[in-house]
Ligand binder design. Structure first.
Ligand SMILES: [Ca+2]
Ligand SMILES: [Ca+2]
Ligand SMILES: [Ca+2]
Ligand SMILES: [Ca+2]
Length: 459
């Protein structure tokens, strides 16, 4: 691995490094769990990750996933986690590269109680979605907005219930499968409910001054090398999964751009109609985490892609690119890579994050903006061409920022191409069929992050 540096060589250098590193702790959020100040106070509207991939069991269909509610404890009863009734959840699709959505899919939820006289989520075994023993239910509507014209394509679709435990739900998988909805003459599938969080990362190390346990000896402040730990293991999220024919969302070009948004209902005053305030936005993983400065994170969440040039500096001169050589002395990171965009700085990152890669996932006549871009004609999706559930985006993002791509082959070498957190797989299997996201942990058996390291107490 990287040569161990001479630690504590010079006080001023350490001061600078520590200052930069402290900045990183507030900004380097893994994926998008609690990534910005305002949205971290509103978990049901807090988008953790979005995915877009060509369906592994149907090459003509695209699957879109948005997850909300970070660190969802499966045992969090009796008011188990759910979607927000006053939140508008949307998939936004730009199919002509101009950074404006052409098609949106909107989801609105409604909670009902069959027996308000009890505090219990369920009063006996729940063996079907309409079992009267299930006291709390959510249903939702699905609306397609095409070029501004709205059409309700699903109504009264049932949200999969919480996975309470083996007594309450002896066959949870059957319940969850029964919650898969079929829309538009069975050409589309939809699912909403709790699932295992498909994101995996060593958050504990990353937030502690950019630590990567397998590379602990190479860090500015060395610690013993250790395997990575998945701090999302055992936690659920609430997923919305939509599968539809790719032909329904493309427009002559197989490349689409997608981002999800959540908006909060703002009640109208004096008889005026209610309005919606966008509170979260998410496309590519890690952009609002490691690219957008903390002072602009709430702005990013309320912004639209057509105004993304305001964030371009964060991409062209990424702070993380400056931090990597400080935190991992000996690792050299490019400061300028030309891809012909004539913007200067890290045009490789601008290509990956803002325009899409020519010949892969760049739409014709693209206006640079941050979207998750997917070429629907390529059977196997992998970030940055869309994003599959199993993609290790932490490692990919670190290596991309370190320049280990074909845009700067001289940096596509060890250790730049080996940067990673040591967590390379999800803790649960993904399904090979819709809705693909793994089964949610149940409250009785799942115990996220059991125990703590006894060395914690010695400090
Ligand atoms: Ca458009
Ligand atoms: Ca029952
Ligand atoms: Ca997981
Ligand atoms: Ca990893």
């Amino acid at each position: 691995m990287v040569q161990r540096r001479k630690l504590l060589k010079s006080i001023p250098a350490i001061g600078l490094a520590a200052g930069m590193a402290l900045t990183m702790t507030t900004q380097a959020k893994a994926s998008s769990h609690r990534e910005a100040p305002a949205i971290s106070e509103d978990p049901v509207a807090d988008l953790t990750d979005v995915y877009a991939f060509v369906s592994p069991d149907n090459a003509a269909a695209t699957t879109l996933v948005m997850n909300v509610n970070p660190f969802e404890e499966p045992a969090g009863g009796p008011n188990f986690h759910r979607f927000g009734d006053d939140v508008l959840y949307e998939f936004n699709i730009d199919n002509n590269g101009d950074a404006v959505a052409n098609i949106k899919y909107q989801f609105r939820f409604k909670t009902t109680y069959s027996n308000p006289a009890t505090f219990l989520y369920n009063t006996n075994q729940v063996t079907s979605l309409n079992d009267p023993d299930l006291n709390v239910r959510q249903t939702y509507t699905v609306t397609e907005v095409k070029e501004g014209v709205s059409k309700e394509i699903g109504t009264g679709v049932i949200v999969a219930p919480a996975n309470v435990g083996p007594r309450s739900m002896p066959n949870y998988r059957a319940l969850a499968d029964a919650a898969v909805g079929s829309l538009e003459n069975s050409t589309m599938k939809v699912f909403a409910g709790p699932r295992d969080d498909p994101f995996f990362a060593d958050l504990g190390a990353i937030f502690d001054l950019g630590g990567l346990r397998p590379l602990n000896q190479a860090h500015l402040i060395p610690l013993p090398t250790a395997p990575g730990r998945d701090y999302l293991a055992g936690f659920n999220v609430h997923s919305i999964v939509l599968q539809l024919p790719s032909s329904r969302i493309t427009n002559g070009d197989p490349v689409i751009g997608m981002w999800a948004t959540t908006s909060r209902r703002v009640p109208g005053v004096g008889g005026a109609a209610d309005t919606w305030k966008q509170v979260a936005r998410l496309g590519q993983p890690l952009v609002n985490e490691v690219i957008v400065p903390v002072g602009a994170k709430d702005l990013f969440n309320s912004s639209s892609p057509d105004k993304d040039l305001q964030f371009a500096k964060g991409v062209l001169e990424p702070e993380l690119g400056k931090l990597i050589p400080v935190l991992y002395p000996g690792v050299k990171v490019p400061t300028s890579v030309s891809t012909g965009l004539k913007l200067g700085g890290r045009e490789d990152l601008a290509t990956i994050f803002l325009t899409g890669i020519p010949g892969l996932n760049q739409p014709k006549g693209v206006k640079p903006s941050e979207q998750l871009r997917l070429n629907t004609s390529i059977a196997k999706s992998a970030f940055p061409n869309g994003r599959a559930l199993s993609d290790d985006v932490i490692d990919t993002a670190l290596q991309v920022v370190a320049g280990a791509t074909d845009f700067s082959k001289e940096f596509k070498v060890f250790p730049n191409n080996a940067l990673g957190d040591g967590v390379n797989f999800n803790d649960r299997e993904f399904l090979n069929r819709f809705p693909y996201v793994g089964w949610p942990g149940d409250g009785y058996n799942t115990y996220p992050q059991p125990g703590t390291d006894p060395t914690d107490n010695k400090r």
